[in-house]
Design a protein around this ligand. Structure first.
Ligand SMILES: Nc1ncnc2c1ncn2[C@@H]1O[C@H](COP(=O)(O)OP(=O)(O)OP(=O)(O)O)[C@@H](O)[C@H]1O
Length: 752
């Protein structure tokens, strides 16, 4: 039976041909001699292994036939219209890189193209955006990183690139000749061999040669052994570095999964060697994977969860994240990875569980039943058997009013009290005034002497009494109680826990996750990006018993957005001082290999004008209905992101008044058919081809900081979250990003 390998190629499968292409692959895998397949060599092709096969009357598949000792192996290159397929088949070549032995498909045409490419940076904004007529402030000029020179590591030359790393000789010379990052990006876009493009990008941002080599998996020698050229080629296609571009379809089951997914989704099939390493790695204990927005942390979390469950079907694997919406997206991602996966609901079942952290806490509390007296006493100071519904966020205000505490007005805010409760009182399980007077309040700022602490304690006691009277507990209390119950009963419910978006979890949720998984190999795998913390306060994993001990790595290649959008987003972060989940400074750069238009900045004089402009802009993004629609995004791939739900409503009605129907998205899943309007918070974890950040003016972003005046630390942290929110929102755009406001623009934009 022939073996099939899919290769990663741009535009290699016309969407309308998917069904027929899969039917072709199924037949080919069954028997490559079936007459209907018409597998034929091409006269005059540069590679004698090239074949084409009949997909239908008009389309042909281009593939390579490799004959080893066993069954033939077919490397599928792509499906194209008849004439184009023949042309491609004449010029493509599958070979092992002469320096490092990694297999690669090159084209005679494209290597000439790379050498001849005249790099050009797009500095003018694209013309599909309406011209601003009445700005009240000058639009800040965009200074893309594209203008700065590549930061090659010291001593790097074209010769090193070629003779030591295996970069194509002409490409290596062309790369060393460019003078700006923008020019390098333009050059890279012409390169067909993806690992070569990615390695150049890595080196151009200062990554040392050895590190760049190791990231691509090229520090492990490609040992192809003896035998014919074809036998060696087959062995080279198994090397880890080859997996980024070649996907083995090992068995019927794998082909079935691909066919059922109905698409050759790149993230399913072609992991970067680094992503593969973290998805498959075995770790002695907790592991932390960080990386900027769009670097594929979620993709690694999905592959890792699936792999852990495949390896041991008896294992209980939890994939979890901050919100229920995000957990639903993860469940959908797992189904895309493997349509046949069964997700478990009951805590005791082996297999994969996908749940938000709070849902998991609730399930554990249900399992505890009425046995919570001891845990509630430990956390809240008195025994409770009913934890009830979640406490309203308004209860702090009532507690402050009732307690009549003698404190400065700045301290008498819900923001201060809830931060004090979440960062100091609950994690330290303080249940008495004496305990609170003695506790170290490291990192809280707003020094509190004994008298003040006793007054704060009055408010906290009142909060707890009111909640008890209402039969409620807040989510962080529930998590802390569940953790206490697990710890004292020595119970665990999972063998492996994989966490996405961990930067948003509070100390009690993290302690709960530490407690719910059996300690040991591959117990906790934590994906995080501290630049994207938009909820809660800074936390440090070791404070809740999660010991990373050097098991931390970082992803640096952005797959989602263009280099231009990324530069813009990174500039927003530049004014903040971020730390990661181990308390270390977070400054590492990351990059994108895709290029696109520079983000548009669109000031206006009034909200009404901003809406006029938004309606006009979105119309230019929508399919025109004149046959151009194939290139236009689907309406639901366009998003308007706003700071809060009030603005969401006014944008939806304002655009409707201007004849543009858009869909407001709250907690529910977004339905297709119209552009979407949602808050920046709701857009977390999502992505769109076109994004308009609407209403980014002073007073709107940053928002609500007056509640944080009590403590410099709280204020700085709240400002950091606002910065992160704008960064999260900006990095949702795959291709086109625009930012609008009326009046004075947000100070966060001015800072770059
Ligand atoms: N190896 C890959 N090949 C192709 N596409 C990829 C790959 N890895 C990730 N992607 C794509 O990049 C985008 C971002 O991936 P993902 O959501 O996993 O990143 P992330 O780091 O979790 O982002 P964020 O932190 O912003 O949520 C997705 O569209 C994903 O499909």
């Amino acid at each position: 039976m022939p073996l099939l390998i899919l290769s990663k190629v741009k535009d290699g499968l016309d969407p309308s041909m998917k069904k027929k292409a899969f039917a072709f692959l199924e037949k080919l895998q069954e028997d490559d001699t079936l007459p209907g397949l018409h597998i034929e060599p091409i006269q005059g092709s540069v590679d004698s292994r090239v074949r084409t096969g009949r997909v239908d009357d008009n389309y042909r598949c281009v593939l390579f036939k490799i004959v080893g000792q066993d069954d033939p192996v077919y490397v599928i290159h792509g499906v194209w219209p008849h004439d184009k397929a023949n042309k491609i088949a004449e010029s493509v070549h599958l070979s092992m890189n002469p320096i490092n032995g990694v297999p690669e498909i090159t084209s005679v045409v494209s290597s000439v193209k790379a050498a001849a490419a005249k790099p050009a940076v797009e500095t003018e904004p694209s013309s599909d955006v309406p011209v601003e007529t009445a700005p009240t402030v000058p639009a800040p000029s965009v200074v893309p990183e594209a203008e700065s020179a590549p930061s090659w590591p010291a001593g790097l030359t074209a010769d090193v690139l070629h003779t030591e790393l295996g970069i194509d000789e002409q490409l290596a010379s062309a790369a060393m000749a460019v003078t700006t990052e923008g020019d390098l990006l333009s050059l890279i876009e012409t390169v067909d061999v993806e690992w070569q493009a990615q390695m150049l990008l890595d080196l151009a941002t200062g990554t040392p040669v050895d590190e760049a080599r190791s990231k691509m998996g090229l520090d492990q020698k490609v040992d192809v052994g003896d035998g014919t050229e074809d036998e060696k080629l087959i062995r080279s296609l198994k090397h880890p570095a080859a997996q980024a571009s070649f996907h083995w379809i090992d068995d019927d089951e794998e082909l079935r999964r691909i066919v059922e997914a109905g698409d050759l989704v790149a993230w399913r099939l072609f992991l970067h060697p680094e992503q593969r390493k973290y998805a498959d790695g075995a770790y002695k204990g907790a592991f932390r994977l960080s990386g900027g927005a769009g670097t594929g942390k979620t993709v690694v979390a999905l592959h890792r969860t699936w792999r852990l469950a495949q390896e041991n079907p008896k294992a209980r694997v939890l994939l979890t994240t901050y919100t229920r919406n995000l957990a639903e997206d993860l469940a959908q991602g797992l189904r895309q990875l493997d349509e046949s996966i069964t997700l478990q609901n009951s805590l005791d079942s082996a297999g994969v569980h996908v749940k938000g952290v709070d849902q998991t806490v609730r399930a554990v509390l249900q399992a505890a039943g009425s046995g919570l007296d001891e845990a509630t006493a430990k956390v809240l100071g008195d025994s409770r058997t009913v934890l009830g519904t979640p406490t309203s966020g308004e209860l702090w205000k009532e507690a402050i009013d009732n307690a009549d505490a003698d404190l400065p007005a700045d301290l008498l805010t819900s923001a201060f009290m809830s931060a004090e409760y979440g960062l100091i009182v609950l994690p330290n399980r303080i249940t008495t005034s004496t305990g609170y007077v003695r506790v170290r309040r490291t990192g809280r700022g707003a020094a509190l002497d004994r008298a003040k602490r006793l007054e704060v304690w009055k408010v906290i006691t009142e909060y707890r009494m009111l909640a008890r009277a209402n039969d409620t507990t807040d989510w962080q209390e529930k998590a802390e109680i569940a953790a206490a119950w697990l710890e004292s009963n020595k119970r665990t419910f999972f063998d492996h826990v994989v966490v996405d978006e961990a930067q948003d979890l509070n100390l009690s949720q993290l302690r709960f996750l530490r407690a719910v998984v059996a300690e040991g190999r591959d117990d906790l795998f934590i994906c995080e990006d501290s630049h994207q913390r938009i909820y809660g306060q800074k936390v440090v994993l070791s404070h809740v018993g999660i010991q990373i001990r050097g098991r931390a790595r970082r992803l640096t290649l952005n797959y989602r957005t263009t280099a231009q959008n990324l530069d813009w987003a990174m500039h927003i972060l530049a004014g903040g001082d971020f730390t990661d989940l181990e308390g270390e400074s977070e400054k590492h750069p990351y990059h994108s290999a895709r290029s696109g238009p520079v983000p548009r900045l669109l000031p206006t004089a009034s909200m009404s004008k901003e809406l006029d402009q938004a309606a006009e802009l979105i119309r230019t993004w929508l399919p025109s209905g004149d046959g151009e629609s194939d290139r236009a995004p689907k309406p639901e791939a366009i998003a308007v992101l706003v700071r809060d739900k009030y603005r969401r409503q006014s944008v939806v009605s304002g655009l409707a008044e201007r004849g543009l129907q858009v869909r407001s998205v709250d907690q529910e899943n977004a339905k297709p058919g119209m552009p979407l309007v949602m808050t920046m918070h709701r857009a977390k974890g999502l992505e769109f081809t076109h994004v308009l950040l609407f209403g980014v003016h002073e007073g709107s972003v940053p928002h609500g900081l007056k509640d944080y005046k009590a403590s410099d630390e709280d204020f700085v942290d709240a400002m950091l979250r606002e910065r992160s929110l704008l960064y999260v929102a900006s990095t949702r755009a795959r291709d086109v990003l625009a930012v609008s406001w009326f009046g004075a623009m947000s100070t966060l934009l001015g800072a770059w």
